[in-house]
Design a protein around this ligand. Structure first.
Ligand SMILES: [Zn+2]
Length: 545
């Protein structure tokens, strides 16, 4: 064990677990107390998930709301933060409560319930939707579902997510106080001091008492939820055991004391009040970070996958009312945090963060998505199902190349090329020699040519066809061929008249594309369909780059 003391005490106010960026661009882990004492020194909370960024700021904000009185009240503390400083007496008052913030306190463990020790044994990854734990099916890797070691910093991040971001789930798991996670607005100042000032809203709500430990109980389910109660409303009961061994954290990779199993169960105390009827989806709670349509008690959330695909859901905020007035005055920019919340809990779209300047007309926000391969919607040659038109010069280049190959190669050459399908040039010297002879002959003319990689793929695909089927005079469109290739599109909505999906499309490239095209072409040839070689060549010229 690296640090024996970590078995006994892990104080989350004092331990550096919060990622923050400095004005110089450096990133480091800091403790909440350090951040609160010198908020002007840091530019922003820097977390890999916008959910964690929001949850961390929410935790800091809750601490400040809690002790703002000793600093002269919310308005006074906000004014001081805008000048760059936090009143020292506020941070001192928070630090004086350190006993409520120990992860392993035997009686009062932070955000945990000491009475459920050993019950409801679950993988530690249950704290995170993005960690596979056996019931979250939409993950690539399930090999470690049952034991996903998490470092203590990540455990804290996961526990802080429970209050604002809990989904409903199987086994009667209830969501957060506001129901399924809504779209949140985070003010962004030039420093964490300014950002915190922007987060502190002039709430009309009664302050109430925070619940830092034990089972959370609403103090009065039929009255508006007090502010500190809403900000620490925990829909789960959790108990984190002391780490038994060192391991690499599944999430952040840090090596050190790690937790693999936790106690994790629903909190029956936050079930909706009886008699509320089906329509009552959440408690009476207006959150400063969320937006509400006039006359509606439910915050605006994004459940429509198609709107999410184009960030049209951001525009829904435009005629919304703030949970409480005040924060708009100080923010120079906003981050819109959009959790993926398909009502069926099928996570097909990522959590998103969209940054907008203050005063931006949200109805005009347009976000371009980039796939993991860097391909954006606008770059995609098919433009959501439009016919593919390669340039005239490109078509002429393909025609010359195909014509030269047809004239020069005999069946033994084509057999060698067929054998090279799905393989790179350097692994196939015989096919490469044949390819080079054709390619350089065509290229030496000095006119526009096919890209080398595109020509290499096209020649091997041509080898699949008998000579009579290599004609470039074909009226068939390329879209039919490409449509047969699976793309990284989540779904095509059947009810759409045009059958297209708003999701960004990321088509394959390179060898993967070659193999997929080969399968489609073989099927088309067997069915007697013509292959649009010209269009295919111009498309490869684009896609092979
Ligand atoms: Zn970690």
């Amino acid at each position: 064990m690296k640090d024996m003391a970590e078995r006994d005490s892990w104080n989350i106010l004092e331990r550096p677990w919060l990622g923050a960026s400095t004005h110089g661009g450096a990133w480091r882990l800091v403790s909440p107390l350090e951040l609160l004492r010198t908020p002007r020194e840091f530019r922003a909370i820097a977390a890999s998930s916008p959910l964690d960024e929001f949850a961390a700021l929410r935790f800091l904000t809750t601490l400040v709301y809690w002790k703002a009185d000793v600093g002269g009240g919310i308005a006074q503390v906000r004014a001081r933060l805008l000048q760059g400083g936090m009143p020292a007496e506020v941070v001192d008052a928070i630090a004086a409560e350190r006993e409520s913030f120990d992860l392993f306190d035997p009686e009062r463990p932070f955000l945990q319930d000491s009475t459920i020790d050993g019950e409801a044994d679950k993988p530690a990854g249950s704290l995170f939707a993005e960690v596979a734990t056996g019931t979250n099916i939409a993950h690539f890797d399930h090999s470690r579902d049952l034991s996903s070691p998490l470092c203590l910093a990540c455990v804290v991040r996961g526990m802080l997510r429970l209050v604002p971001w809990s989904q409903s789930g199987g086994a009667g798991l209830t969501p957060s106080v506001h129901g399924a996670p809504p779209i949140a607005l985070l003010p962004r100042g030039a420093s964490i001091a300014e950002t915190l000032a922007g987060c502190l809203a002039d709430s009309h709500l009664v302050l109430g008492v925070p619940t830092w430990t034990g089972t959370f109980h609403p103090s009065n389910p039929s009255a508006p939820v007090p502010l500190l109660e809403g900000l620490t409303w925990n829909p789960r009961r959790v108990r984190i055991p002391r780490p038994a061994e060192d391991a690499h954290c599944r999430l952040c990779g840090a090596f050190g004391p790690a937790v693999t199993r936790i106690s994790f169960k629903k909190n029956d105390a936050v079930k909706k009040p009886e008699g509320g009827g089906e329509k009552l989806k959440s408690f009476d709670w207006r959150d400063p970070a969320f937006r509400y349509r006039p006359e509606k008690t439910e915050p605006i959330r994004s459940g429509d996958e198609k709107a999410a695909a184009l960030s049209q859901d951001v525009r829904w905020l435009r005629d919304a009312q703030a949970g409480t007035a005040g924060a708009e005055l100080v923010a120079s920019a906003w981050s819109v945090v959009i959790p993926c919340t398909n009502p069926a809990n099928n996570k097909t779209f990522d959590h998103r963060r969209v940054d907008v300047a203050a005063g931006t007309d949200l109805s005009k926000v347009r976000v371009e998505h980039h796939g993991g391969d860097g391909l954006s919607l606008a770059e995609h040659p098919l433009e959501l199902g439009q016919p593919w038109r390669g340039g005239a010069a490109g078509r002429a280049a393909v025609e010359r190349f195909v014509g030269a190959a047809a004239a020069a190669l005999d069946e033994t050459h084509w057999i060698a090329l067929r054998r090279a399908l799905g393989r790179p040039m350097h692994e196939e010297p015989e096919a490469f020699a044949i390819f080079s002879a054709i390619y350089w002959r065509v290229r030496s003319g000095g006119r526009s040519t096919l890209q080398r990689d595109a020509a290499w793929i096209l020649l091997k695909l041509l080898a699949l066809a008998p000579s009579s089927r290599r004609s470039t005079r074909c009226g068939r469109g390329l879209v039919e061929v490409l449509d047969a290739i699976p793309t990284r599109q989540a779904h095509r909505t059947r009810s759409d008249a045009d059958g297209t999906s708003a999701y960004p499309i990321a088509p394959s490239r390179g060898l993967r594309l070659e193999n997929q095209l080969a399968a489609v072409i073989e099927a088309d040839l067997a069915a007697g369909r013509d292959i649009p070689w010209l269009e295919l060549g111009t498309y490869l010229n684009h896609a092979a780059r």
